[in-house]
Design a protein around this ligand. Structure first.
Ligand SMILES: Nc1nc2c(c(=O)[nH]1)N[C@@H](CN(C=O)c1ccc(C(=O)N[C@@H](CCC(=O)O)C(=O)O)cc1)CN2
Length: 302
């Protein structure tokens, strides 16, 4: 029997309904969730993603600010804008769309965002919180993959999960989230000699390398759950993932399609992190109204 499709569009709709309810409660209490989205340059795909993010904010009842800058914006000017947004109490999340133009150092920019507003979960402090099982924001794509895996009903405890790819934004945090779910985790990458040897033992495979046909049917254990993070183009220019979908769906129990799987969840989990951020500020304002700015506490003050 072919694998069941894991529908990221449907799950997104369901989760966005829950997010909208949480946002409505906050808005009624005078603290509408707010997201600032910053785009630098002319990358056409990035323009589409930020437009979708701003629209998604409106759909769930968030306030959003979209700041678009020409590609020649200086790094310092961007850092100054981030400092202003860090101090703005109506903003609970700050997102700088990647990639940035070459003259701007993405690490400098990411580290300038207050950890309490780092809803992309990209900063070193957010990564550290994930390592330490602390309640920082989880990077949106791997967080979305976990939600997709959850819908299959698989209990990760004691299962073997293989992550293909070791990027800071997907592969590494994905492995940590699976580990938090009590899976036994293997990370494979470009220097792994026999990828199929590892994937054939896996109950869950997450492919996040950015190369099509990386995972084929002969590399998958029957009944495995397969999550495809890839976004590539085939010879006809059609969007495809890292997984040979047609072949693997004959072997796996569940599989995400591309498009319509992980992609839509990335934006949904951004909304989830933003509402969570607004809730944290709201609950801290109820405990200690004078500190309800959403800013990091100053050394010696907290
Ligand atoms: N600051 C960030 N920059 C980037 C991120 C990110 O999470 N934060 N991720 C990607 C781009 N991205 C969101 O920003 C994103 C990519 C893809 C999709 C999506 O829904 N894809 C669709 C297909 C879209 C198409 O047809 O082209 C799908 O897979 O179904 C959403 C968001 C890089 N930058």
């Amino acid at each position: 029997m072919p694998a069941q499709n894991i529908d990221g569009v449907l799950l997104s709709q369901q989760l966005r309904g829950e997010i909208a309810q949480r946002a409505a409660k906050l808005t009624a209490a005078g603290r509408q969730p707010g997201l600032a989205v910053i785009l630098v340059g002319e990358d056409p795909a990035s323009h589409v993603y930020v437009r979708n993010k701003v629209k998604a904010c409106g759909d769930v009842g968030f306030h959003s600010v979209l700041e678009k800058y020409d590609a020649d914006l200086t790094e310092q000017a961007l850092l100054d804008r981030i400092a202003a947004l860090n101090a703005d109490p109506s903003i609970h999340g700050i997102l700088v769309q990647m990639p940035l133009p070459k003259h701007i150092d993405p690490s400098k920019v990411i580290e300038a965002i207050a950890t309490s507003k780092d809803v992309d979960g990209y900063s070193v402090l957010s990564a550290g919180e994930l390592v330490a099982n602390l309640p920082g924001f989880r990077p949106c794509t791997p967080y979305g993959c976990m939600k997709l895996i959850e819908t299959t009903g698989i209990d990760l405890r004691g299962k073997h999960a293989v992550v293909i790819g070791r990027s800071n934004t997907v592969g590494k945090p994905m492995a940590l989230l699976l580990l938090q779910g009590n899976a036994t985790v293997t990370i494979c990458h470009s220097a792994t000699p026999d990828l199929g040897y590892h994937t054939r033992q896996a109950d869950v495979v997450v492919a996040a390398v950015g190369r099509r046909n990386t995972l084929t049917a002969d590399m998958v254990k029957p009944g495995a759950v397969v999550i495809d993070v890839g976004m590539n183009r085939d010879d006809a220019g059609k969007l495809c993932g890292d997984v040979d979908y047609a072949g693997v769906r004959e072997v796996a129990s569940h599989i995400t399609p591309v498009p319509g799987g992980v992609g839509p969840m990335t934006i949904t989990m951004l909304l989830m992190n933003t509402v969570e951020s607004a809730e944290r500020v709201h609950s801290s304002s109820q405990n200690c109204p004078s500190q309800a700015t959403g800013m990091e506490p100053k050394p010696g003050v907290a």
